[in-house]
Design a binder for this molecule. Sequence first.
Ligand SMILES: Cc1cc2nc3c(=O)[nH]c(=O)nc-3n(C[C@H](O)[C@H](O)[C@H](O)COP(=O)(O)OP(=O)(O)OC[C@H]3O[C@@H](n4cnc5c(N)ncnc54)[C@H](O)[C@@H]3O)c2cc1C
Length: 310
Amino acid sequence: MIARQRSGKPKLRPKSIEEPARQIPLYGEYEVVVLGGGPAGIAAAVASARAGRRTLLIERYGFLGGMGTAAGVTNFCGLHANVHGEMHRVVQGIASDLLDRIDRLDGLNAPHLILGKILAQAYDTAAYKIAADDLLAAHKVDILFHALGAGVAMHDATRINALMVETRAGRQAVRADVFIDCSGDGDLAAWTGARFEVGDNAGSMLYPSMMFRLNGIDPEKAGDAWRTIPALMEQAEASGTHHFPRKAAIVRPQRSQISTASSPTISRVARSRAAARLSRPLNSCARCRDLKNPTSSTCRRNSASAKPGA
Ligand SMILES: Cc1cc2nc3c(=O)[nH]c(=O)nc-3n(C[C@H](O)[C@H](O)[C@H](O)COP(=O)(O)OP(=O)(O)OC[C@H]3O[C@@H](n4cnc5c(N)ncnc54)[C@H](O)[C@@H]3O)c2cc1C
């Protein structure tokens, strides 16, 4: 509804309002505050705690892992590298601690080749979340979930006094000697007035991938989909029905048969095995998730006619 003045002319609404000054409660004072709970934030918080610093990690969602869990990325790239013609795991340290924990939860696959040249390691996102919680808890890192970093109060042009966070309890302030920006987008650095560049300075940024999940996939048959999907994308583009910024697909196995994901640029396929512990309710049949018959003899998948790995 458009507000009108008495004259009948539309009333121009102001483009901004003034927020009254207010006192912000202090959530806490730390030696180190990390903004963002993705892989960078997890590593920064653990490293800080290992150095004996009282550390707080602030994350807007209710779980850790960043895009690795929130966006369904579901595999680690970059842990391995081609060293003089041989693939080697070159990233260790805190990454190994995290991967070991995911593995202990039966949520980690063996490395697999994607796009014919990169070794990637797929994981179950639920296992990643739990393993990351466990890693931070083991190092006594405080975590503030569901808290959106929203700005800073500066001491002076170069030193942060406090980080402002929006929480269900309202706006709060957090003080620290050191703030580490692991927001993935450089939010904290930008709020302080630090100089930054976006994309390639020509207006282009990384193209997005569409993430989706597929269940009940035969991994053997799907194994070569990273070759056939691009060919189908080429065909679709040639026929004029679609246009893709990149014609590639990454297909990778998941530990959990019921949790699989894919996209035109990135796709995943369930590994042929019983449903992973983490993905089914406790007290359900491991194969068909039948809650009533945990050791079900009526389980379709246990019957002789069931196709192995289907
Ligand atoms: C679609 C897609 C596919 C990808 N595919 C792969 C792949 O196959 N393999 C691979 O290894 N990498 C992949 N990547 C890249 C990988 O996800 C990133 O390199 C990695 O997530 C970067 O980690 P990070 O911790 O720096 O940031 P992020 O993972 O982005 O984590 C940032 C965290 O900070 C939080 N946050 C941000 N702003 C605020 C705020 N203001 N207040 C509170 N919290 C905040 C976010 O919620 C998030 O949890 C992919 C990325 C995308 C988006």
